[in-house]
Design a protein around this ligand. Structure first.
Ligand code: SF4
Ligand code: SF4
Ligand code: SF4
Length: 237
């Protein structure tokens, strides 16, 4: 997949450079500044600095044991060749030593990042609560967790993740809260009583927007808002 993405990138490199140039212009446009940012890997500098310093080498993509990171291609607008996280496909699991950060040769993923709770990718937002299994007091079945098998799951960490998700089969759903990879997950997400007699997720201020909960929620109840803090999002919500 990485090879394919890189090949695509090289194939369109001249157009990519043009697109990148246009991208800097786009970023200065007030209209696009107000539009949504992409979810970047842990430690990513502010978007304009990130775009200016990332050399699109793909090193972070290659070392990520969860196959979380992808590179933007020519069809995805500005920032061609830069890494991003598509949380509903695969979240970031905040690996302890941040291999992605260590692999980054330019500091576009800041080497000042040391701890998982210092990450500032974004913030989780609960949407579509009516679909939430926990809220409706419904049990997790095999079909509801089947998305995990669409990945190749070639690494040990991915196999561990499968086991963890499978352990919820037949139980009331609390997947989002139980998979939060922070060392202090209860400060980021908790399950609270729902009016239907079940439990629903509540996001708290330690959430760093890694997207693990968004990926593994069986019914896509959780989304990630990129590059915004809990305080900024929830104070204005
Ligand atoms: S912290 Fe780990 S899972 Fe997250 S992007 Fe970096 S290498 Fe991948
Ligand atoms: S609540 Fe979700 S997005 Fe926030 S840190 Fe935990 S798993 Fe990541
Ligand atoms: S993982 Fe999704 S369905 Fe399950 S409790 Fe959390 S939000 Fe609800």
């Amino acid at each position: 997949m990485v090879k394919l993405q890189r090949r695509k990138f090289i194939q369109y490199s001249s157009l990519g450079a043009l697109s990148l140039f246009a991208g800097f212009g786009a970023l200065s446009s007030p209209y696009l500044k107000a539009s949504k940012f992409s979810l970047r890997p842990p430690g990513a500098l502010e978007e304009d600095k990130f775009l200016a310093s990332c050399i699109k080498c793909g090193q972070c993509v290659q070392v990520c044991p969860y196959h979380t990171l992808k590179l933007f291609d020519i069809f995805q607008g500005y920032g061609v060749g830069t890494p991003y996280v598509e949380a509903t496909n695969r979240g970031c699991y905040l690996c302890e030593a941040f291999p992605c950060v260590l692999a980054c040769p330019t500091g576009s993923l800041s080497h000042d990042l040391n701890k998982q709770n210092e990450v500032k990718m974004g913030v989780a937002v609960v949407r579509n609560l009516d679909k939430c299994l926990g809220f409706n007091k419904k049990k997790v079945d095999k079909k509801s967790i089947s998305a995990i098998y669409k990945h190749k799951n070639t690494n040990e960490q991915e196999q561990e993740l499968i086991k963890k998700v499978e352990s919820f089969e037949g139980k009331n759903c609390t997947i989002c809260a139980d998979v939060c990879p922070l060392p202090n997950p209860l400060d980021a997400i908790i399950m609270v009583d729902s009016i239907k007699g079940g439990k629903k997720p509540k996001i708290l201020d330690a959430c760093v927007g890694c997207g693990a909960c968004a990926e593994l929620c069986p019914t896509n109840v959780i989304e990630i808002e990129a590059r915004i803090s809990y305080e900024e999002y929830y104070q204005n919500a």
